[in-house]
Design a protein around this ligand. Structure first.
Ligand SMILES: Cc1ncc(COP(=O)(O)O)c(C=O)c1O
Length: 405
């Protein structure tokens, strides 16, 4: 395949579009497309419109190129969850502020993060973790400690309600103890990923209020976590401004000081539009398409939690057949490599056709493996628009209409 190398060190496509690459180059391996302009647009949106500080949750897509794009677009803070993520962001962005927001950390990881990489913000959900942080930082007096509350994930597509967070009614002692240790005390939560209504945040903020009142402590930071949605077939959320307004109103009415800060940790919303893939159909069996990427590649969520991604047929001339529902098989040898969809494509799709599968920038690219000898690192920068967007005006009008209905 022809490549031109860009400043990012990645291949720049001669065609500069998904269609151009598929039709001009007919790639044998799946190709990851990246759209720096889409990530930059999402970052600028959060920087300008979120009524507080937006820190990028690196786990959603740890690509150094993406992290650099977000920094260049005004994202200065990064939510990291492992020591490898700490090192990666520090290597890429020496001046970024890193916040270690995994509530259960190795003591060695805390030590290295604090002493080697200058990390001063940590989350926790137990007294044991507080003790660990105190030991690992040798009793540091410049820490921001964020106590993670357990909140409901009922409005979200992916639950984060079981594993972490102190339960309602049990946060008093931990908030009190953390207050003694911390220079700044925060409260954080996560409403679950792909929260489909702003009410998720309003309800969680009510929990924050109860926790502050019960503990009677001064809180310096309220961190509403991630969960900000992107748009996928059958999962079209209200405009992000509605989320921001709800959060702002709830924050303003909390019993906290005038100087308290509002933070968020968006992952998905900042990077979903950043990348997509081109795959080739290797075989058709009725309404099942055998494609060359799958459950062990960028389509983990499509296989394991039946997430639906937008798909389009890249063929010249365009098919004029009516759409029908397909499911996909990935390239490996086991039945698990199956994505039930439904994925809507023209009824005459056949072996040899190319498809673009969109909105894979979050938790898609990040989860790829080379299992069974499949998977490809071929990555190309394109400048066409993502298959859907929460940040483009036409799609934003559609989203507003959905809300009005
Ligand atoms: C602590 C924390 N913050 C932020 C995120 C990012 O969430 P999202 O991608 O839903 O915005 C996650 C995701 O698991 C998380 O665990």
């Amino acid at each position: 395949m022809h490549k031109h190398h860009s400043a990012l060190g990645l291949a720049k496509a001669p065609g500069n579009s998904a269609r151009g690459i598929a039709l001009d180059q007919r790639p044998v391996q799946p190709v990851t497309l990246i759209r720096p302009h889409a990530a930059a647009r999402a970052a600028r949106f959060f920087v300008e419109k979120f009524p507080g500080r937006s820190m990028y949750a690196v786990k959603a897509n740890p690509s150094p190129e993406l992290i650099q794009i977000l920094w260049d677009s005004g994202i200065t803070h990064y939510d990291v969850a492992s020591i490898a993520e700490v090192r990666l962001v520090r290597r890429t962005l020496p001046d970024a502020t890193l916040c270690f927001m995994h509530p259960v950390k190795a003591e060695e990881a805390i030590h290295e993060a604090y002493f080697t990489h200058g990390v001063k913000t940590f989350s926790l959900d137990s007294i044991e973790e507080l003790d660990k942080i105190v030991r690992a930082t040798h009793g540091a007096s410049d820490l921001t400690l964020c106590v993670r509350l357990r909140v409901s994930s009922e409005h979200s597509k992916l639950s984060l309600a079981s594993k972490f967070g102190v339960a309602p009614g049990e946060s008093k002692e931990l908030l009190f103890q953390a207050r003694q240790t911390a220079d700044a005390l925060g409260i954080c939560f996560h409403v679950g990923s792909q929260a489909m209504t702003p009410a998720a945040y309003a309800e969680a903020m009510e929990r924050v209020r109860q926790a502050i009142v019960e503990a009677g402590v001064t809180v310096d930071v309220v961190d509403v976590g991630g969960g900000f949605p992107s748009t996928y077939p059958g999962m079209e959320p209200p405009p992000l401004e509605h989320y921001f307004e709800t959060i702002h109103r709830a924050f303003e009415s909390l019993p906290i000081s005038y100087s308290a800060e509002l933070w968020a940790e968006p992952g998905r919303a900042l990077c979903a539009e950043y990348s997509s893939i081109i795959v080739r159909v290797e075989k058709r069996r009725g309404d099942e398409l055998y494609i060359n990427d799958g459950a062990y590649g960028a389509l983990f969520d499509a296989a394991h939690i039946a997430w639906r991604f937008p798909v389009t047929l890249l063929r010249e001339p365009d098919s004029n057949a009516r759409d029908m529902a397909f499911s996909f098989y990935g390239p490996t040898c086991d039945d698990l490599d199956h994505m039930r969809g439904p994925f809507m494509l023209p009824a005459d799709v056949r072996a040899g056709d190319y498809l673009e599968i969109g909105m894979l920038g979050a938790y898609g690219s990040a989860m790829r493996t080379a299992f069974n000898g499949f998977g490809s690192d071929e990555t190309v920068i394109v400048d066409d628009e993502p298959m859907a967007s929460l940040y483009l005006s036409e799609d934003r009008e559609v989203a507003s209409n959905v809300v009005k209905l």
